[in-house]
Design a protein around this ligand. Structure first.
Ligand code: NAD
Length: 500
């Protein structure tokens, strides 16, 4: 099935009603209950209903999964296959994901509330594309020869690290998992994946499909469970070689502690953002307005690289805000995420919903003017209307902290571009930024000065697996995507041969 919507709203409702998802852990190629028998609820933000009870991995289960991953790595059942064979298996896996895109997307939409069209295109489709892209890289990666003296041959090769623990969030549950699984598995590692509590179900299907494609048992294991139990057990496990984490900055730092207090494993973290869209006076206002609206309201603002701060010059502010309000009203149709016409779904769960509403109240109490939204919407589900807060200063809480909801903070400047850049960079994060101007020289100079892992010029959120993704400062260390990600799951090895 293609990664686009061919079913009607009624079809999706019927599919949801008939749902009977797999809820057990996936260890060593088979589904298994947690040793303790414990489970946790997964609910749908569509209506708060309980979708399933999922096996909750405990310390013993995580240990079982790590042992299976270690055994698969040590006996070479995967890493010692020929590159061509590994490529073939991963390509088959990508094809199976495409064939099961509707199953994966339905689970993701029900658990997370993302509009079904986006779950299909971005999560299911993007995951298949990512796995296929890294599969293709397997038999196109070469080692190096160092400029050794004539009587020696010095080779530099890359070797897989061993067992990788991948810990991921709920906002792009499958896609972000694939950014870690695909390069890690392509380079010959074994993986233990810990999905977020809110979104476990599609990850279990992903593992089933990997096995169907021919990935040997133990190479990919999935251990749903609570962060402080299963996540921590993985972070502290003495036989895990690296943790690849995406999530909040606070939990990222916990993983650094876990590593330091256990075996000093490598840690790559991708944490949050408070990303600026800097609009200069000569910007193309309609284009900027559309990008600003999509940049903050897409996925109900639950995007690490959401453009949550608009830094706009006073001379164009009113025109830009009016245009953003218009685009938002025309585009962001709020509704049931199972309806293919919905563009804006609910917030992932009650706790996050309350957090977002709390931030809106804090912003208003601090003197922000509500340009758009500000209210709850349908109280039965966890909706938040697209909200624009014209804040007093970049020091306000809503301009500094990651809200992870459809809330845009507008910060006005009336000086030169230096002031705009200073405000854009005045954040603890450094994931992405954009600059809007028609002057190509100013655009390049500004892009260099913006402290972010990705800078967009006259666009926002343009991306593909071909370029690295990650950030500076509190956003973290390490990059997902692109060929550079292959380096982060391997270590360099020197082999020096005496030719005399
Ligand atoms: P989170 O940090 O609460 O959870 C992320 C993962 O860590 C989950 O699997 C969770 O179970 C686990 N976890 C939670 N507490 C833990 C603990 N004490 N020990 C070990 N593991 C623990 O984040 P979230 O709420 O799932 O996701 C939202 C956050 O993710 C936002 O801050 C967002 O910016 C960030 N994010 C960043 C990127 C990026 O690429 N930079 C991408 C997506 C999301």
């Amino acid at each position: 099935m293609a990664d686009r919507v061919t079913r009607t709203y009624q079809d999706w409702l019927a599919a949801a009603a008939a749902l009977s998802p797999e809820t057990r852990l996936f260890i060593d190629g088979r589904f298994t209950e947690a040793a303790s028998g414990e489970t946790f609820e997964t609910t749908s933000p569509r209506d708060g209903s309980v979708l399933a009870r999922v096996a909750a991995a405990g310390v013993d289960d995580v240990d079982r999964a790590v042992q299976a991953a270690r055994a698969a790595f040590d006996d070479g059942r995967w890493r010692e296959l020929s590159p061509k064979e590994r490529k073939r298996i991963m390509l088959r896996w990508a094809e199976l994901i495409r064939a099961h895109a509707e199953e994966l997307a339905l689970l993701d939409t029900l658990e997370m509330g993302k509009p079904i069209a986006e779950s299909l295109r971005v999560d299911a489709g993007g995951t298949a594309d990512t796995i296929a892209w890294y599969a293709e890289a397997i038999d196109k990666s070469y080692g190096e020869l160092a400029p050794a003296p004539p009587d020696a041959l010095a080779m530099i090769t890359r070797e897989p690290l061993g067992v990788i623990g991948a810990v991921v969030p709920w906002n792009y549950a499958l896609l972000i998992a694939s950014w870690k699984l695909a390069p890690a598995i392509a380079t010959g590692n074994s993986v233990v994946l810990k999905p977020a509590e809110q979104t476990s179900l599609a990850a279990l299907v992903l593992a089933r499909l990997a096995t169907e494609a021919g990935l040997p048992d133990g190479v990919l294991n999935v251990v749903p469970g609570l962060g402080e139990v299963a996540g921590q057990a993985l972070g502290r496990h003495a036989d895990v070689d690296k943790i690849a984490f995406t999530g909040s900055a606070a939990v990222a730092r916990l993983f650094q502690v876990y590593a330091g207090e256990s075996n000093g494993k490598q840690i790559a973290v991708e944490a949050g953002g408070k990303s600026p869209q800097l609009v200069l006076p000569d910007a193309d206002i309609p284009a900027a307005a559309s990008a600003v609206a999509w940049g903050i309201f897409y996925n109900a603002g639950q995007t690490c690289n959401a453009g949550s701060r608009l830094i706009v010059h006073a001379s164009v502010k009113d025109r830009l805000l009016a245009e953003i309000v218009k685009v938002t009203g025309e585009t962001f149709r709020l509704g049931d995420p199972l309806d293919p016409a919905t563009v804006l779904g609910p917030i992932v769960d009650r706790a996050q919903h309350e957090k977002v509403l709390g931030y809106i109240a804090t912003g208003v109490a601090a003197g922000a003017k509500v340009v758009l939204g500000g209210d709850v919407g349908d109280a039965a589900a966890t909706f938040v209307q697209p909200t624009i807060l014209d804040v007093v200063s970049n020091d306000d809480v809503v301009a500094r902290e990651e809200i992870f909801g459809p809330v845009l903070a507008v910060i006005t400047y009336d000086g030169d571009v230096d002031e705009g850049v200073r405000l854009a960079n005045d954040t603890e994060y450094g994931l992405v930024a954009s600059v809007w101007t028609r002057d190509i020289t100013v655009a390049h100079q500004t892009a260099r000065r913006l402290r972010a892992g990705t800078v967009w010029i006259n666009t926002f959120d343009a991306s593909d697996v071909i370029t690295p993704f990650g950030g500076f400062k509190a956003t973290g260390a390490g990059r997902d995507k692109s060929l550079h990600a292959l380096d982060s799951y391997t270590a360099l090895k020197t082999t020096w041969i005496d030719l005399t």
